[in-house]
Design a protein. Sequence first.
Length: 259
Amino acid sequence: MPRNARIYIACVAVLGLGLLALSLATGWESQDAVRYTAYVGLALIASTWKVRLPGMQGTMSANFLLILIGVAELSMDETLAMASLAAVVQCLWRAAKRPAPVQILFNAGAICLSVYASYQIAHLFSAAPRAPVYLALAAAVFFIINTGLVSQVLALLNGKRLLDVWRNCHLWTFPYYLAGAGITAVICAADRTMGWKQSLLPLGLMYLLYTYYRTYMSEHLAVLTNSSAVAGLGNAIGALAARVAEAGPESSAPKPASS
């Protein structure tokens, strides 16, 4: 691993987890322990709803919706703790390759930084940012920070430009985040009229959205795999043709019989 990548990973992990530790150390605040426990449980379940991203080993999951609910309804320390637990579960659950501890720490740190930024921006305009415009803003900030942090480490590891990695791996997921903001707005509105238990019914919409993205990406990755196989076959045929051409007609002509 390049030295600059190691330094960058360490900085993200230390800053993000440092924010989490500082938030928890300054005083835990939870107005409804039962509701918070339910949100955490749902966030951990949603973390298992993973979609593989093209061009990388990483995944995205549906836990973002619960994180956005936390931004609107919970305190900062509650949201940071829930998000970090969700990030760990997402890393470990049915991973194609067991992640190294440094990967888990980086992902937890990155999501804490993303949550902190989105929470601060949303609450800058409203003490209770439940309106769709505030939730969309929080979703956009979370998307930019989280995908930017991940894209930067991939760029450092592979020697590529940040914008190229971000555009190829993450830009297409932005509608997913905006849809999550819309669903969160519905849940927050239902919470005020029906109570938090009944307000969670729209979470089924998130599962449908996850199913759509999973199906779409499975088909997309299959197309990429087939294209790579065809390209590999074409390269092999081209190489064989080049070798035949280099050999020339003399090698294929029959040799005259010796007297």
